[in-house]
Design a protein around this ligand. Structure first.
Ligand code: SAM
Length: 422
């Protein structure tokens, strides 16, 4: 594609994405469906430029007025993810000079907001938790996330899959925390690989794998994944159960559960039972009350731990939406807890970085449910021989909750709390 045409396409796509009225990934997918002739490299440039524009939106909004032409084109030029020579061949002389001036700006001379590129309402709660480390987090949030895979523990060994990928020209290393994980060096297409087709690998962030591990689901048990979505954790848990017992995958979104089905077919698991529920107090939930060995609530949340992948969330979320979310989280956790039988385990998890969606929900649950004893996450990680150092916070000794941060652990941001029903 001619550089000018690709830059125009970037500007068209950005014009749609920057309205922020739909999730960026949905807008990008629709754009690709409407422009079927785009090749894989062009698609990569379009997607990466879009995500870069969303990541550094405040910075680019600050620079854009000094350029000329439609705003979406100016942002597309500033955020363009491709060789500089290629970009410049799409520009006129004046635009080229402008790009050079912008490239020469020293980040040290910028206002804080143009460096961290976060909305103000998010800055204070993050600084309150991290102090000076806030800058390491905000830098990490401006980078794309690595591509992590989870090896299907039912069918394959991690070292064999690493070797198989290597033979296919794909470099990957075992992840530091999850025994199932492989972190790839690049972002290759995976769907044509035999390992993918036969269900030996799934794309899953290492942090998400750790949440599934915290459930410690065993052979023959009755387990519920209460907010299963497209089943990232369901598939990991089903394999950990060695395809025995019964694993219910509940969700209020039948559409999301539909996306689980092809993954389930590839995985060779036959112990998973997806079921759409109307709400958290659905009759199906009531019928299983007190009968379940382990329940995981991967609650709907602000998603702010995933800003590397979903940078539009920081512009589409608001303090009001977070407050609404916490009421939902509280209600879902309370209902899901009724499923757990005496001696059973309950895991509450989010991919949020905000205490009101995390520690506050967990503490309120503990206070309201004296029949649930909180288990220190660090004890579980140590028991699994995964090592807990630096992964947990809270309680007198900092061992209560799992707290993963992109800049420390190179995973998405995750929280988890665990209880045992007395
Ligand atoms: C964080 S996502 C789950 C991701 C999934 N566990 C995974 O690992 O791929 C949260 C899910 O909760 C679902 N949800 C929202 N409200 C719910 C409710 N009241 N009961 C059950 N699920 C709900 C959403 O549809 C969404 O799929």
């Amino acid at each position: 594609m001619h550089p000018k045409a690709l830059l125009d396409a970037c500007a068209d796509l950005l014009e749609q994405v920057l309205r922020l009225d739909h999730p960026a990934d949905a807008v990008v997918s629709r754009f690709f469906r409407e422009h079927r002739s785009l090749g894989p490299r062009e698609r990569a440039t379009l997607a990466e430029t879009t995500y870069e524009a969303l990541r550094r939106k405040l910075y680019y909004d600050h620079l854009a007025p000094s350029g000329r032409g439609p705003k979406a084109r100016r942002i597309a030029i500033l955020a363009f993810q491709g060789p500089r020579d290629f970009l410049k061949s799409a520009l006129d002389e004046q635009e080229r000079r402008w790009v050079d001036e912008c490239d020469a700006i020293d980040p040290k001379d910028l206002l804080e907001r143009h460096r961290h590129n976060l909305p103000e309402w998010l800055v204070d709660p993050l600084k309150a938790q991290l102090g000076d480390e806030f800058w390491a987090l905000s830098d990490a949030m401006l980078q794309p996330a690595p591509l992590d895979l989870r090896v299907n523990a039912l069918t394959d060994k991690r070292e064999d899959v690493v070797h198989e990928l290597k033979l296919a020209g794909i470099k990957g290393n075992p992840t530091p925390y999850s025994p199932w994980g492989i972190r790839l060096a690049d972002k290759p297409a995976l769907t044509k690989l035999d390992a993918f087709a036969r269900g030996a690998i799934e794309v899953q962030d290492e942090g998400s794998q750790l949440l599934a591990l915290l459930l410690e689901a065993r052979r023959g048990e009755m387990v519920v994944d209460f907010c299963a979505g497209a089943g990232g954790k369901t598939l990991a848990i089903g394999a950990a159960m060695r395809n025995t017992g019964r694993l219910y995958a509940f969700d209020v979104s039948a559409h999301r559960l539909d996306a689980l089905k092809p993954r389930l077919a590839r995985s060779k698991l036959s112990n998973v039972h997806p079921a759409a529920i109307a709400h958290e107090r659905d009759d199906r939930v009531k019928r299983l009350a007190g009968k379940i060995d382990r329940v995981i609530v991967d609650a709907p949340c602000s998603g702010l731990g995933t800003l590397r992948r979903n940078p539009d969330l920081k512009w589409r979320q608001s303090p009001e939406a977070v407050t609404e979310m916490t009421a939902k989280q509280d209600a879902i956790l309370g209902s899901a807890a009724r499923l757990v039988k005496p001696g059973g385990r309950l895991v509450y998890a989010t991919c949020s970085l905000l205490p009101p969606e995390n520690e506050t929900i967990a503490q309120a649950f503990s206070s309201a449910h004296p029949d649930f004893e909180q288990l220190p996450v660090a004890d579980i990680l140590d028991g699994l021989k995964l090592g807990s150092s630096g992964l947990t916070t809270g309680g007198e000794d900092g061992r209560s909750y799992l707290r993963l941060w992109p800049h420390r652990h190179h995973t998405d941001g995750f929280f988890a709390a665990v209880w045992r029903k007395r």
